[in-house]
Design a protein around this ligand. Sequence first.
Ligand code: NAP
Length: 270
Amino acid sequence: MNLDNIMMNEEKKEVIFLLGATGGIGKLLAEELKRNEYIIVGNGRKENVLISMKNEGKIDDYVVGDLTNDEDRKKIIEKIKEYVNKGYKVTVFYNIGILYDYPGEFKNYTNKMIDDSYEINVKSIEKMDNELEKNDLYLDTIYMVSISAFYRGNWDHEYQKTKAALKAHAELQILNSNGRRIIALFPDTIKTGEEGMGSKLKEYPKIPGEIFVKKVVEIINGKYKEYSGFIFEIDNNNIIKLYGINPSKITNAFEYLEKEFIEEIGKAVY
Ligand SMILES: NC(=O)c1ccc[n+]([C@@H]2O[C@H](COP(=O)([O-])OP(=O)(O)OC[C@H]3O[C@@H](n4cnc5c(N)ncnc54)[C@H](OP(=O)(O)O)[C@@H]3O)[C@@H](O)[C@H]2O)c1
């Protein structure tokens, strides 16, 4: 990939590294970000999906790789450095995640399931951030957390715990932001067709993926700059409500009860 060609073809010099580009939300996000003239570098383990996304013009460039793998993270960091050295503003968007079909009681989880949940949902992201900072790369960052970081329920327990841990990581990154813009997203269940983890939660109302990604890109474009966190919640009447939130002055954590209503953004679907 010749970065000079990209530079000539694109007026905007903002690049988003979309880590977790190949799934339900990732594909929709890539499309919406492209519509807003961002340059997108996709990542995921599925090379065939990245190639077809590139051919369809949904991404400009990609790095195939497993974010839990040390060598693969190095490849992504090298690619980030290439863009930074060419004068691009780079944002990292962590959209990766794993959700299990609920195996029932806690004793049904295997050690591997517990390990993989933390490796993918939390540790890969923490390690990547740690390595970026060791390379003096303090980049704007977006964390796709989940509303489940605030709630506990009887569905994939490990998912909920790991998202609570990711929320804690984002809170500490905000505390030491070094001038970066850091955004944490806390969405309710999202519908992205047959793909996407929302399809595993069949009985839950869902935010249409297209509505969700439109709002996320508006947030990235600078709307609602006064908030660092965003809760997308479906109320009992199936209305999707957007709330802004900042870390509490007392705990430095995002406290659910301190959220501020912004607007209604649509109706949930099943
Ligand atoms: N869908 C919902 O209802 C919902 C609600 C709240 C939050 N979220 C969050 O939104 C994000 C995307 O969810 P989704 O519904 O689009 O799920 P998805 O379709 O399962 O997509 C997951 C993405 O993560 C990537 N990924 C997983 N393990 C990886 C690894 N080891 N290395 C690199 N990439 C990896 C996958 O790429 P490869 O398979 O190509 O590696 C894929 O692009 C997740 O963080 C999820 O927790 C989703």
